[in-house]
Structure formats: structure tokens, C-alpha cells
Design a protein around this ligand. Sequence first.
Ligand SMILES: *[C@@H]1O[C@H](CO)[C@@H](O)[C@H](O)[C@H]1NC(C)=O
Ligand SMILES: *[C@@H]1O[C@H](CO)[C@@H](O)[C@H](O)[C@H]1NC(C)=O
Ligand SMILES: *[C@@H]1O[C@H](CO)[C@@H](O)[C@H](O)[C@H]1NC(C)=O
Length: 347
Amino acid sequence: MPQHRRTGWLTQPPAPVLLLTLLTLFLSTCPAIAWRPWPDLKHNTSDLLGDNKKFEGSSEFVKLRYHMGPVLTANITVHTIWYGTWQPAQKKIIREFINSISAVGSKRPSVAGWWKTVQLYTDQTGANISRTVRLGAEKNDRFYSHGKTLTRLSIQSVIKSAVTTKTRPLPVNPQSGLYLVLTSDDVYVQDFCKQVCGFHYFTFPALVGYTLPYAWIGNSAKLCPGTCAYPFAVPDYIPGLKPLKSPNGDVAVDGMISVIAHEIAELASNPLVNAWYAGQDPSFPVEIADLCEGIYGTGGGGSYTGQLLDDHDGATYNMNGIRRKFLVQWVWSHILNYCTGPNALDQ
Ligand SMILES: *[C@@H]1O[C@H](CO)[C@@H](O)[C@H](O)[C@H]1NC(C)=O
Ligand SMILES: *[C@@H]1O[C@H](CO)[C@@H](O)[C@H](O)[C@H]1NC(C)=O
Ligand SMILES: *[C@@H]1O[C@H](CO)[C@@H](O)[C@H](O)[C@H]1NC(C)=O
């Protein structure tokens, strides 16, 4: 989802501001990809999606196109950087979600079934996105190496530290590695909560030494659970709406799961932001998960999540992992031309 809307002069900078433009680009506008699980009611997305009632998000107006860049066709390895203070139980929920993406034998509807829609995307050679997504090496940045307030640029510095540290650096894997910077609930990241619960981009060689696809996702427990852990927490501006019970007993981490899924799906299909996206303006690509923001089940759209499943303990979810249940937003299928997921009732 577009994040910075003040774009006009970025395409044709007057000469005197060129340097400033480059700096500004570098500092703030680059990761144009950002997302929140709850559709922003103030910015009406039905302009983009049309209002076909039959299929979730369906529209003849969505022009998702392939722009010839690479997608992740080799076995994907997800490296995590735990920034700040993380509890073992929280890490476990997130690790088990990532491990569930290509697990065989999870009960249906499954996380692996959700990934099947992502696998439909191909590159120029016709190679599909990899079926295999593995959890890779992990790094703990327990002592907040770059402080408790991070900018987009300092996120890249966090990754640089993790891949260059003397003791057990994260492996450098530009072809099939994804790097997730996960910040604890006491860390503020530029634009967190306002428009953004997470974003993805790639690192700059000048800064990090390599071009690595990465994403940041924040734990919103203290700052904005109503925004970033919806529907397990609800925003103040919707009085009377009751939060749903989360499946793994941690509202903010259960909310992060869908944002992590969103970012991994987009990293796989648009790792260098030149492959699969919709929209007129390449600096504000609308990607395969952006198109299905807030849609978790059949009938979803607007402020309705769609049809979900109830666990016996009253928790709400829409797919099964290896041992746990998760609530994960759907992604766009360019074959069906609408949003879909493993719990779709028309499958
Ligand atoms: C969004 O736009 C659609 C179509 O223009 C309209 O029917 C709907 O009420 C709008 N929703 C909000 C929340 O403004
Ligand atoms: C990719 O993953 C599959 C399934 O786990 C495995 O069988 C295969 O050997 C892997 N390929 C490479 C090149 O690592
Ligand atoms: C690969 O992509 C094509 C085109 O979207 C699709 O028809 C095919 O089913 C995909 N294969 C796998 C294994 O997902």
C-alpha cells in the first residue's frame, strides 16, 4: 500500500533539489510498500478494488502486471533478526508460522494451502515461486544496537550489523534469502501505526554491502494494537466493536503473523520491486497482498473480515499450521482475478 503520497516532484526534480531529492529518496520514500491489517476507513480502497460483490476484491479494474524482474524461484530461507526484548514464547509462535508455510500434512485449511496462491506467480522463464520456505539463521539484537527509535535507513543498518558481526553473522544470501527485522513492543519505527505495520524493500549495497530483500514488522502491543493487531484488538474510532480472541494467546504477536505473511508473499513475488505489482506509479506499487488487505475469508471486504473458523476455545482463525492455528489475510490470484485463501468456501 502506498505510504508516502507527496510524490509529485520525485519524477522530475528541478536541478537544485536533485541532491536533496536523492537524499530524501534514500532516507524516506524508498520502501513504498507498507501495510496494515485493517483497511484504512479514511482512505477508501474500493476505488482500487471496484465493488463486485461476487468475489472478494474482484475487479476488472485491477491491473496486476508482471514487470520482468525476478521472483524467488529457489528454495527460500527466512532469516530473522529479533530486535529488542523478545520472549521465547513469542518467538516460538512466529517460527512455527514460518515453518508451516511449506509443511506437508497440516490439517486443511492450511498455511501451506495459503502459499499455493503465491506459488502461482512466475518469472520471465516461467519458473514458479518456490514451494519451499525454510526458517534460516537467527540473530538476537537484544541491546537495541541502533536505539529504540528506528528510521527506514537505520533498519538497514540493523541488517548490516547482523550480516557483518564477528560472532555468528547471518549468512548473506541475495538470491533466496529473506531478512525479517522484528522489533519488540518498546521500539518505534518511522511511520509505525500511522500508515504502517510493516514494509518490505531491499538493502542498498552502498549501505549494507549487498542487495538483500528484507522486511520490517513491529510488535504493536504498546503502540497501536487496534491498528496493527486487528481484529484481535480494535481501533478506538469504532465504538462497540468487540475484539476477536486470538489463537495463540498473544494479541500483538498473533496480529504480527498476518503482517509477516503479507510481507513474505510480497517479497517472494516482488523482491526487488520490479516484478508483480499493480498501479500506475512504480514508486507506489500495489502488490499481491495489498490488494487483499483486511480480507481473511469468503465475503470479506470493507470492514468485514469474511467467514472465519472458530476454535473450540473460542479463538478465531482461518488456517492451520503444524501445531498451531493462525489468522492470515488472503492474497491476490492473477489466475482467478480475485483474492483467495485456503479457507475459501468456493474451493
Ligand atoms: C467507499 O466507496 C464506495 C464506492 O464509492 C462507497 O459505496 C462506500 O460507502 C465508501 N466507504 C467508505 C467507508 O467511505
Ligand atoms: C529445496 O527444497 C526441497 C524440499 O525441501 C529439497 O528436496 C531440495 O533438495 C532443495 N533444493 C536445494 C537446491 O536445496
Ligand atoms: C506455476 O504457475 C503457473 C502459472 O500461474 C500455474 O498454472 C501452475 O499451477 C504453477 N505451478 C505450481 C506448482 O504452483
